[in-house]
Structure formats: structure tokens, C-alpha cells
Design a protein around this ligand. Sequence first.
Ligand SMILES: *Cc1c(COP(=O)(O)O)cnc(C)c1O
Length: 392
Amino acid sequence: MKGKVYNYGRQSIDEEDVQAVVDVLRGDWLTQGPMIPAFEKALGSLLGAPHCTVTSNGTASLHLIALGLGWRKTDIVITSPITFVASANCIVYAGATPDFADIDERSYTIDPEKVEERILFHKRNGRTVRAVIGVDYAGHPCDWEALAALAGKYDLQLVNDHCHAIGSSYGGDPHFAARYADAVNISFHPVKHITTGEGGAIVTRHEWLDEKVKLLRNHGLTKDPAQMGSHDGPWYYEMIDLGYNYRITDFQCALGIRQLAKLDRFVERRKMIAAEYDRAFAGDFRVRIPEVKEGCLHSYHLYPARVQFKKLGLTRSQLFEALKSRGIVGQVHYIPIHLQPYYRKLLGTKAGDYPVGEQFYEEEISLPCYPTLESAEVGFIVNSIREVLVTA
Ligand SMILES: *Cc1c(COP(=O)(O)O)cnc(C)c1O
């Protein structure tokens, strides 16, 4: 363990993965080839949904979802303040207005009661909330039953920013994401459950949405005679919407297919690591372990521990420095989005607006959690944290 560096997350790549990529590199199709639909098919069946579009990254997926769902200037879209900035940025990309609803104290996911408060607030001001982006934070599903009830009551679209949570389940259902949400996005960044280097996907039960995001992924170009105004010959295509190049390559998808086959093992290992941290810190007033709500299966993209810094007379910077000297690189997920300078300026948000999320931010540190982390290494990390807390 000496000399090794432990980040909060990292990829697990084996020789089989390397070979799968090399095989594609030696073939005819580096991009726009057969690996794309093959990966899409595998992801669709993982999430139990008929449609999937793979993209260049999870942020591109969110952008395409925002455009595909037709968000525009007069729309408000609500998300959690405790998520990666991309969850909110996609709303701005589409020209709509983001708003936030505070998190639930137990699951750290968006609180449906707070969502309803925001909807009613905007209603009183004559504005419409069009959609909610729930984030299955750290791998813990949102309260999708309650969000679906709100969607029915107020005619909302639901998006699941599912980047942390493939491999999780809700009410015993591993296919909950695409069942509750109109669109689900996934990322294959190296810290996520499975990786393609950079990469993302959109999974949906709606055929119309899938057609739209596939068109926009490729510049808004079509060769489908049914969609074109004229047909000049075999070379002919038409640009029928303003799209982007958000494609992913075939060699990345070949890696994704191999990685996907190992997802169950990866998630099992993450759950074992989480259980080791749970056992180490359960009943220790200094470190609050993440809860798992009844009926939920947590897939632990992150292990968000809450350290009671105030009670300990220790600062988070002191803990970070002490751990870093032992090779343990903590990370905080996340700095509340409404406190980012860009959003303060855009929306006029400020400290105190979302107190549950802000308090969470004050205490959170994500402990290393990834499949290749060994039990002895988890023990070393636990002991290191205890040593620092004891001397505090
Ligand atoms: C990783 C992540 C994204 C963005 O994915 P990229 O592939 O890095 O663009 C969006 N939302 C959440 C919650 C994420 O964790």
C-alpha cells in the first residue's frame, strides 16, 4: 500500500478489454460501424427499454435529451443542487431556465416535497415547470414513485440522470429507470461503473424521442426518404434539424460491450467495499455512513461518508491533507450547483437557499470505491481515517 495512490474511483480494464479494442482497430469500421448498434442493443436490454442511442459522453446525452424533449425559453426544469454541473447545464443549453429543489436528508436524492413546493411557487408567478431531472445520486435511486405522481399531477416530463446508478434497483425492479423516466442518461467516464474512455447513452421507452436524439447526434442529417422533401439520388441526404456531432467510435463501443458483460461483478465488488466501510463506521458518531432506503438497491458509484467536522474540531482540508500524505485522494461530491459563480449570476441563488444540500456539502467526502480496490486496501483506508480522527 506504500507508494500507491487511492482515488475515489478508477476504471477496471483487463486484457480481454484491450483485445476487443485492438480487434476493432484492425478492422474496417472505426466509427459508424456495427459496434454502435450492438452496444445500444446490450444497453437497452440491461435497462429493459426498447430504445438506446450511444453518444460521445454523458453531457452530450443530456444535451440531446433536453433538445429531444423540446425544452424552450419559457420552460423551467428542476434538478438537484447536489449533482455534477452537467445535470443543470443541459437545461441552459436548451435555452430553458434551471431551478433546484433540495435533497432528502436520508437518500441525498431530490426531495419530491421540495419539488412540489417549487412547482407551486412558479405557478403562483405564472410560470410552468416542464420537467424534473432526478439524479440517482451515488447509486441510490430517487423516490421515483413520488416523482411519477408529481409528473401525473402537473404534466411534467421526467429525466433520470442515471450516471451513478446502473446496476441499482428500485422496488425490486432493475429496469426502473426507463420505466419511470421519459429519458435516462448514462456516462462511461472512467470513474463510472463501466467505461469507454469518454462515452454516454440515452435510453428510453419512447420511439419518437429515440428517433429525435439519433438525428441530432449526427448533425440533423437524414437519408430516410420518408423524412426528406426530395430525393435526388443515392448520394442524397437532407439536414432537417440543427444537430451536432455527438457520435462515439466503434472501438469505444467494443470496449463498452466487454465492460457491460462484467457489470454484475463490478457492482458486487462495490457493494462488498461499501459493506466494509459500513461495518467500520457503523455506530461511530464521527462518520455517518450512507443509508439505503427500503426497497432500494444501491450500486455505490460513490461511497459518500459524512464526517462530523464541527464536533471534531477538524477541518475538511486537514483531513484531506492527512489522507493525501498516505496516498488517499478524497473528493467531494458535490459543491452545490446553486453556489457556483455562473449560477449565482444567472439565477441570483445564494447560500441558505438549499440548506439540506449545503449541510451535506459541508460534511461529505467520497471514500475510494472501485472494483480493483482490495479488502486489505479498504482496511488501510479505514485505519488511516481513524488515525486522523483520533488525533483531531
Ligand atoms: C459523469 C456525470 C455526468 C456527465 O458525464 P460525462 O460523460 O462526463 O459527460 C452527468 N451527470 C452526472 C450525475 C455524472 O456523474
